[in-house]
Design a protein around this ligand. Structure first.
Ligand SMILES: Cc1ncc(COP(=O)(O)O)c(C=O)c1O
Length: 390
């Protein structure tokens, strides 16, 4: 099946002026996502913020429905929050950890998550254990299986790390977690929007993601999926008058759904924009997006491998659109700056974002070039030419 790149680019105003390979940072928004936000901000300015939210109730409800369609779950299993970190933290800190509990995670775990594990170790005396990887780089399912016992309180894994093209075997992890009856928290921050995410197939109980990356939504938007069957086993780390009702002087009642992980105030323009972005991604089809993005990633890795002095560092049998590399000649930051002078956007990833993985591979800093479906082969050729000239 061919992907209509011309249409994708026509829908993306930013494509014209910028060669954007920082989609794992924040992708370029489609015009419809931008417009929906502007329209709502204008409405707020004209009639008032609360009144605008009332008027936009159907669009706001649609965001829950759209995210639920994306994940194959019910809309009342979705909480909307400001970013993936907030989503993940609300889920993680809802476990009542006790001394001796074990948390199993992966080598390419994201720093913010790992810092929360370290804090939980300090505060509750939990043991944080990293499941070894296969030689090819993904979490080893057989190692995970061998580490399961009655003390494992949580399996918490990042599907696509911040620092490369690896796709961890989330479905396999979900199968092991389910068979053992252990909750599974999946950080899908870098995978949402570039990989099909069906929570039944993934077997996760909790999933966190952000709007601005591969979903092409607004900055400051994110969501948490909470499986209905786990909801009452979790203790939300804080409550307010949205997540709970103050029903008597001495009592409150939590909301009966995932929105007990939300709080009252929202940037509704971003909420609405997120819904439009998710619908837009679904209109292309996540399978088609994944194939296109993965093919562009392969194409870019092939081209980079031909450039003298560059080393590509992506791990895994299955790889996505994040391409990471180093150069013998220049540091990652310098490459980023020099490319920016040519209106080419990339980002960098340093050891303190994914310390365990980077230490193991003796890496300090990487350039991260992340492709999206609206990028073209011609852009990749131009990117490599620019790199060759640095
Ligand atoms: C794997 C992973 N998880 C979580 C996050 C945090 O996302 P956010 O900035 O939306 O909180 C990031 C951000 O880059 C990430 O790469």
């Amino acid at each position: 099946m061919t992907f209509d790149v011309t249409r994708a680019r026509a829908d993306t105003p930013g494509c014209e002026a910028t060669l954007h390979l920082n989609n794992a940072g924040a992708a370029l928004m489609p015009a419809a996502v931008l417009q929906a936000q502007i329209d709502h901000l204008r409405l707020e300015a004209r009639i008032g913020g609360y009144e605008a939210a009332d008027a936009a109730a159907p669009a706001i409800a649609n965001t829950y429905d759209a995210v639920a369609r994306l994940l194959g779950c019910a809309a009342d299993e979705i909480a909307l929050v400001d970013n993936a970190t907030m989503a993940w933290d609300m889920a993680f800190h809802a476990f009542n950890f006790a001394p001796g509990d074990r948390i199993l995670t992966a080598e390419a775990e994201y720093a913010s998550n790992y810092i929360a594990y370290l804090k939980a170790a300090e505060r509750h005396g939990v043991s944080v254990e990293v499941v070894p990887s296969e030689a090819s780089g993904e979490l080893s399912l057989s190692a995970l299986e061998s580490m399961i016992d009655g003390r494992v309180k949580l399996i918490s894994v990042t599907q696509v790390p911040t620092n490369g093209g690896l796709v961890n075997p989330a479905e396999g992890i979900g199968r092991i977690a389910r068979a053992a009856g252990i909750p599974f928290l999946l950080d899908a921050c870098q995978s949402a929007g570039q990989i099909e995410l069906d929570v039944e197939r993934l077997g996760c109980d909790l999933l966190s993601a952000t709007g601005r990356k591969y979903l092409r939504g607004p900055r400051g938007s994110g969501f948490l999926y909470v499986r209905k069957s786990i909801l009452d086993k979790l203790d939300p780390p804080f409550l307010d008058l949205r997540s709970a009702r103050w029903v008597a002087r001495g009592g409150y009642e939590m909301r009966p759904d995932a929105r007990r992980f939300e709080n009252w105030e929202f940037n509704y323009a971003a909420v609405i924009g997120l819904g439009v972005a998710v619908d837009y991604a679904l209109s292309w089809g996540l399978d088609a997006i994944e194939q296109r993005v993965a093919a562009l990633g392969r194409n870019l890795r092939r081209r980079l491998a031909d450039l003298p002095g560059l080393q590509v560092h992506d791990l895994g049998e299955r790889r996505c659109g994040i391409v990471s590399f180093t150069s013998d000649r220049r540091g990652a930051q310098e490459i980023k700056r020099m490319l920016a002078d040519q209106r080419i956007n990339v980002s960098t990833s340093s050891i303190d974002s994914t310390r365990i993985d980077m230490e193991r591979r003796h890496l300090e800093d990487l350039v991260r070039a992340s492709v999206h479906y609206y990028n073209t082969e011609a852009e990749l050729a131009r990117f490599c030419e620019a790199l060759a000239g640095l």
